[in-house]
Design a binder for this molecule. Structure first.
Ligand code: 13P
Ligand code: SF4
Length: 318
């Protein structure tokens, strides 16, 4: 039982878990949650996944309402795939530094300077950016998608320079990179990771490809959030140093209760390895958005149709 002041009747005691369950039935809603959400939200979600899995769930859901416990670009993708469904996001300010660092008019200028290039955009971008992209990708399918393109095809990759550099290394393809980055994944300290490794010599270092190259160079395994989760379940190691947002530890510790997970520390003594956008969503906001059917994701139909094309291309190529 918790108190909420953010209601018409202040100080009403609300059991968020029970109320969210009740509203889920009443609205015929599905709750999709990303691995970086707080554990209570992951516990009540119908589906927990990485960006690709959540987009795939959004594409096939029969629910009338999609409640997206994630960030704005993820809920926007669900809306692009489901124009007739109500798509709710508990906090509209739940953005992403990668999406914010790549305004569509500037990407358009970059495109105009390189007219013989196609644009592959990481799903962490706005609908406006998707609308001027040729193919969308996530960290789960980026390598697979790039490898399907003819070697002669010139590529612009936006907006994550770290994922882009990693892809160049993995595929041997030259790509022009948009210079964006994730404020969370670039905080990990190479020095502190090396120190941790000397203290835990048996531990394997695993990292998300949004991390800087200096950190990725030490990784025993690199992958999307779902790939990292799969790796710790299948690998015989008992200890892991995890270089991604610590929300992923909720499922890692659930799936592997006997293994030890150590979060990679940030450079400064802060909790800046937590995504401030993902953490804007709370159980209270989840409950309120379902109760009030707002905030909802809305979009101009012309923009939606343009943004849909590269997303469908991604889903076909995945
Ligand atoms: P995943 O698709 O690997 O879950 O990554 C999403 C994201 O925003 C990582 O910061
Ligand atoms: Fe964006 Fe980074 Fe947060 Fe992922 S962790 S949503 S890339 S700011």
């Amino acid at each position: 039982m918790l108190n909420t002041q953010n209601t018409d009747i202040a100080e009403i005691e609300v059991d968020f878990v029970e109320e969210i369950k009740r509203l889920k039935k009443e609205l015929n809603a599905v709750i999709l949650a990303h691995f970086y959400q707080e554990s209570e939200i992951q516990d009540i979600a119908d589906y927990i996944g990485d960006s690709l899995q959540l987009a795939q769930e959004a594409q096939k859901t029969k629910a009338d309402v999609i409640v997206f416990a994630g960030v704005h670009f993820m809920a926007e993708t669900a809306k692009i795939l489901n124009p007739d469904k109500l798509v709710l996001l508990p906090d509209l300010k739940a953005g992403c530094s990668l999406a914010e660092g790549c305004p569509a008019p500037l990407l358009q200028k970059f495109k105009d300077k390189n007219p013989d290039h196609i644009v592959i955009s990481y799903i962490n971008c706005s609908a406006d950016v998707k609308a001027i992209s040729d193919i969308i990708c996530t960290s789960s399918n980026a390598e697979k998608i790039v490898k399907q393109l003819p070697v002669s095809q010139k590529i612009i990759f936006a907006p994550d320079k770290n994922l882009g550099k990693y892809l160049i290394k993995k595929t041997g393809r030259e790509m022009k990179l948009w210079q964006g980055s994730c404020i969370v994944h670039e905080t990990f300290s190479e020095k502190k990771i090396i120190k941790l490794k000397t203290e835990h010599p048996q531990a394997k270092i695993i990292a998300h490809p949004e991390c800087e190259e200096t950190v990725l160079n030490y990784a025993d395994f690199i992958g999307s959030t779902s790939a990292l989760l799969k790796f710790v379940q299948e690998d015989p190691a008992k200890e892991f140093i995890v270089a991604t947002e610590p929300g992923i530890l909720t499922q890692m510790t659930k799936k592997c209760p006997d293994k030890i997970f150590i979060t990679a520390p940030p450079e400064a003594s802060c909790s800046c390895n937590e995504c401030p956008y993902m953490k804007l969503n709370t159980m209270e906001k989840l409950y309120l958005c379902m109760r009030d059917k707002t905030p909802e994701i809305t979009m101009d139909e012309d923009l939606r149709v343009k943004a849909l094309k590269p997303i469908l291309r991604m889903l076909e190529m995945s």
